[in-house]
Write a protein of this length. Structure first.
Length: 562
């Protein structure tokens, strides 16, 4: 079977996922790619994952980080410097990781939900199991879709040690020690669970923390950041223990090891945002001597080309010598089916708990473009879980007492820009929005168009209000209905959504769209009027008529505006 069919190649090219050649800075290219031919030669593959960690590790140049085990792993492996999650929260990211399909294509982008997968889309461990692999997961799944039989075992006791003698394995171990929940709570609890398990020289002095410019410099903020660094050191010890188990079992020479995080740090302006602070993750891959021919680089080298979570599933299948299904939206980084470096990575921010959001982004090696489709909603919305966190309470106190600098106030604005553009090289903290800068017009237009094409090509289900998505998918799946023009007239819907933020000159067109035959087009016309605020007053009478609309989503949206 040709896994990279013309249709799949066309999709990848149109979405801008190819460049003309591999751009693996400091690394060799195709000469090291080889095919795994027999079951005897299939490598074991180990994923060591952690939660809520940006690349704040020693091997990534962070001088405050104490991460000797990960630094050693990076010295023996390949360090990817531009790896990105497809969502800034866990469940949508994990949905993409385990399927090789964007959460926005599956309808799994909202946290949390239980979406049905179409029959043809499998979680990639299912293909590994069919090929003779033992697949274990320890233990978090959180895939946002209705549970399917993915693993031989998924539990806190799951381990490669339960496989048959000589059976190749794919095992996942996920460490929750760095999750945002661990930095909150009393000092006594933190010391009991984590601090007491570190040596004095492994603790981090709050006074030495280098805070990003968008964080206020207060003693409590410094304490929270020092805790995070302590948790990263604790997690590093867990990684060391896992590597020791592999060595003790005599499997280190037969196992390819991946280490990565599910998204950025679990504090405000990191997790839940589409900035690099929310999407940029560490990624280290170690190849034992037996499989050095599969490595794109020598030990200790780095790769600067872009990597997306959507690439992980096809990469594992390629390393195992298995075909990559045509529906997979990523591309293999390694193995016999390795593809050229991608030009862009994409991200999506959607509902998290009770906080509604709909933003999309595209990034090349330098520039980041964000399109906010709900600009009338603030970045920071009320959220019971997040608002319990002491760091959030401290930041809200600083806001209330007017202690923030201009850069720190950006996150707390009452509204968002419709569009954001950042030069991540000159402005790595993504503070200066370049939209409106004449010299960046060509970059803005290129990335705007690229994101538009990606949303169309991947059939972004987020254009459907969440309730409407489930209504239209009854008896089917969100993925499948977006391929039915009767249930999902995508171009008309996206054209209506693109009117959000266009200014009062768009009001006559928006009023006309309130009579469109499709309820979602009408919904986006209402949302565009909502984003105009008081400027939408000329449409008040038309909006009152929408209170009787046949679509409940339109009625609710119109009531909210009025």
């Amino acid at each position: 079977m040709d896994n990279f069919s013309n249709s799949r190649r066309d999709f990848l090219k149109k979405a801008g996922l190819y460049t003309s050649a591999l751009t693996l800075t400091g690394c060799r290219t195709g000469s090291r790619i080889a095919q795994v031919k027999t079951p005897r030669e299939k490598p074991n593959i180990l994923w060591i994952t952690c939660e809520d960690v940006s690349p704040r590790l020693g091997c990534y140049g962070d001088e405050l980080a104490i991460t000797p085990n990960l630094d050693k792993l990076a010295g023996e492996g390949v360090r990817y410097t531009k790896a990105f999650a497809t969502a800034p929260v866990c469940a949508p990211s994990r949905s993409c990781l385990v399927t090789g399909v964007y959460a926005t294509s599956l309808g799994t982008q909202h946290l949390r939900s239980e979406v049905k997968l179409p029959e043809k889309i499998k979680c990639f461990p299912e293909y590994l199991r069919a090929a003779g692999y033992y697949c274990s997961n320890n233990y978090k799944k959180d895939y946002n879709f209705i549970d399917v039989n993915v693993w031989d075992e998924s539990s806190q006791e799951a381990h490669w040690r339960k496989r048959r003698p000589g059976q190749p394995f794919f095992s996942v171990f996920n460490f929750v020690s760095t999750h945002q929940g661990q930095i909150n709570g009393s000092d006594d609890d933190f010391e009991t669970n984590y601090g007491s398990k570190l040596e004095p020289g492994e603790r981090h002095d709050p006074a030495k923390i280098l805070l990003p410019p968008y964080y206020p410099d207060t003693p409590f903020v410094r304490k929270i950041w020092a805790r995070y660094y302590d948790l990263i050191t604790f997690m590093d010890k867990q990684v060391g223990d896992m590597l020791s188990q592999l060595e003790a079992d005599g499997l280190a020479d037969d196992t390819i090891i991946f280490f990565f995080a599910d998204h950025g740090l679990g504090i405000p302006r990191f997790k839940r945002t589409l900035y690099d602070s929310g999407l940029h993750v560490p990624l280290i891959v170690r190849f034992p001597e037996r499989y050095k021919h599969l490595s794109p680089c020598g030990a200790g080298e780095k790769i600067d080309s872009l990597v997306s979570f959507v690439d992980f599933a096809p990469t594992v299948l390629s390393l195992a010598g298995l075909p990559v299904p045509a529906y997979v939206q990523g591309r293999a980084l390694l193995g016999s089916q390795a593809q050229p470096a991608r030009r862009y990575v994409f991200g999506a921010s959607s509902r998290v708990d009770e906080a509604y959001e709909f933003s999309r982004c595209v990034r090349d090696e330098r520039y980041k473009y964000i399109r906010n489709y709900l600009p009338h909603l603030p970045y920071i919305q009320p959220s019971e879980y997040c608002d319990r966190a002491e760091i959030m309470q401290e930041l809200r106190r600083a806001v209330a007492e007017d202690e923030l600098s201009p850069a720190q106030k950006l996150l707390w604005a009452a509204t968002k820009p419709v569009e954001e553009l950042y030069d991540t090289t000159a402005d790595p903290h993504e503070i200066e929005n370049l939209v409106g800068h004449p010299e960046k017009k060509a970059v803005l237009e290129r990335l705007r168009k690229t994101l538009h094409v990606w949303m169309l090509q991947t059939r972004d289900t987020g254009l459907l209000p969440e309730a409407e998505m489930h209504i239209r998918a009854e008896g089917s799946t969100p993925y499948m209905i977006t391929r039915d023009a009767r249930k999902y007239p995508q171009r008309r819907i996206l054209a209506a959504a693109d009117l959000v933020g266009k200014g009062p000159d768009s009001i006559p067109k928006l009023i006309r769209l309130l009579s469109d035959s499709d309820g979602v087009v009408r919904y986006w016309a209402v949302m565009a009027l909502d984003a105009l605020g008081p400027q939408a007053a000329p449409a008040a009478e038309a909006l009152e008529g929408m209170l009787e609309d046949t679509s409940p989503n339109v009625r609710f949206a119109a009531a909210g505006v009025l």
